[in-house]
Write a protein that binds this ligand. Structure first.
Ligand code: ADP
Ligand code: MG
Length: 466
């Protein structure tokens, strides 16, 4: 097959039509409602966050946030000024390998000592236990591992991921464990909330926009993808099994875990590249939406398309003879998603930026036609991601009757893809406009990047914990 017909075929493979998107909105809505009914292993998780207040920008005071993500532990203090602004101080530690694999007691003590160091450095007045209980600092804890949360301040660890293996911590309450370690060091800190990073993103953006708009969704587009949104409690039937929901609460933020949307791939596009990629992951048949959308995967999808073209002799014909066996283009997981961003940003007539990126992956020489093909492949891979995201955001807006209830509907986003991929937001907006359900209402949607959601959001969560 020649390059132009192979390219046409690939564009068709990655095409997400307007009609498909209209159906996606309805399919997502159905799956999400099922997830709100009851928990089941292969349905959309739709996890209650126990956060029942949305900030309006007037929150005030000094709060702490701790964030355990991949390999770093971050502690920060956030001073909320009550006028949508804040000041943030932070410190970060790389968790030592032996701490990631040792005993639970050592691990929690390590985190508590980091908190102690932070207080000594930035809030010496708060670092002793002399204070009375009212002066304790409230802390929100962003803990990015699977937990079964049963209250704002209670959640048991289901399993470790990302290289952690502290076996005696599994099955224990992470909030209580951190609190105990903090108390053992006599720190005046109350760990009052466990916060998912998407929930933090929604709260942080809500605080920033204040009463000028209603933030309904917080969405992460980084290594992985996920979103939280605010839902009426009366529409979350499975909450009836928990006794920790305040009687007066009307809404609750729900962590959709949308990375797991359509794990059975009844609806999602499923090219040969998606299928082959899935088999190379540690969790085949899970996180199927995420595997078509987020930073961890887009570079690898691109690599698989390029490799397939290369092996069929449709592209890089002159570079092929001198290609090394260990070149990145031939090595799974060796092309970073930033390749797609550089490609989209290259507006030069001879695409020199793309050649530079190609050289890094082992292709030292290419024709202009080949570079144009690379640019188009990058574009269709990113465009599919943006359009799928738009479809399920619209699904959430439909479920919540957003356009009937609010004049301006706001969405907070965070992560390298939305931050660095040129015009990603515009691609999302274009897809929203093309939807029957949204159409001209797209103008009523505001989208803003909410950096540091895990810090500010966790602090806000602590502020509202009462
Ligand atoms: P995290 O989700 O872990 O908090 P980030 O939001 O920084 O982290 O996202 C990291 C992911 O984004 C990685 O998968 C990386 O490949 C991808 N990435 C990094 N830089 C860019 C870029 N310029 N354009 C697109 N994706 C990028
Ligand atoms: Mg992040």
């Amino acid at each position: 097959m020649n390059l132009s017909s192979a390219l046409e075929r690939t564009k068709r493979d990655f095409l997400v039509t307007n009609q498909y998107l209209d159906n996606l909105v309805n399919f997502f809505e159905k799956e999400a409602r099922e997830g709100l009914q009851k928990d089941s292993e292969r349905s959309l998780p739709m996890l209650p966050s126990f956060v029942t207040q949305i900030p309006n920008g007037s929150e005030k005071g000094l709060f702490l946030a701790a964030d355990l993500g991949g390999s770093n532990f971050r502690v920060c203090s956030v001073h909320l000024n009550g006028d949508r602004s804040h000041e943030l101080k932070q410190m970060k530690w790389r968790v030592p390998n032996e701490t990631m694999k040792g005993s639970a007691a050592k691990f929690w003590t390590y985190l508590a000592k980091c908190i102690q160091d932070f207080l000594t450095e930035h809030h010496p007045e708060q670092s002793s236990f002399e204070l009375d209980g009212n002066s304790y600092l409230k802390m929100g804890f962003t803990f990015s591992f699977p937990i079964r949360q049963t209250a704002l301040n209670s959640g048991t660890l289901i399993r470790w991921t990302k290289g952690y293996a502290i076996e005696d911590a599994v099955g224990t309450d992470v909030c209580e464990s951190l609190q105990t370690a903090v108390r053992a060091l006599n720190l005046p800190v109350d760990v009052v909330a466990i916060v998912n990073d998407t929930v933090g993103c929604l709260l942080a953006r809500s605080y920033e926009t204040g009463s000028s708009a209603q933030t309904l969704v917080g969405c992460i587009l980084g290594t992985g993808t996920n979103a939280a949104y605010s839902e009426k409690i009366s529409r979350i039937p499975k909450l009836a099994t928990y006794d920790s929901v305040p009687k007066s609460a009307k809404v609750m933020v729900v962590n959709t875990e949308w990375g797991s949307f359509d794990n059975n791939v009844k609806f999602l596009p499923n090219t040969e590249y998606d299928q082959a990629l899935d088999l190379m992951t540690p969790n085949p048949r899970f996180h199927m939406f995420e595997k078509r959308v987020s930073g961890m995967f887009l570079g690898e999808i691109l690599r698989r398309v390029l490799e397939s073209f290369l092996k069929k002799g449709t592209i890089f014909t002159s570079a092929k003879t001198s290609l090394r066996k260990d070149a990145d283009i031939l090595t799974p997981w060796s092309i970073d998603t930033s390749f797609l961003s550089y490609s989209a940003a290259d507006g030069s007539s001879d695409l020199t930026g793309i050649q530079q990126e190609l050289t890094k992956i082992g292709i030292s020489d290419s024709s202009l036609e080949e570079r144009q093909a690379v640019k188009e492949i990058c574009h269709v891979v990113a465009l599919r991601s943006a359009r799928l995201v738009a479809g399920i955001i619209a699904g959430l807006l439909k479920m919540t009757k957003a356009f009937e209830k609010f004049e301006v509907v706001d969405i907070g986003m965070d992560g390298a893809i939305i931050e660095f991929y040129p015009h990603y937001e515009e691609m999302v907006r274009e897809a929203l406009r093309s939807l029957r359900f949204v159409g001209a209402n797209e103008k009523r949607i505001t989208i803003g990047i909410s950096r540091d959601g895990s810090g500010i959001g966790a602090a806000l969560c602590a502020a509202m914990a009462g």
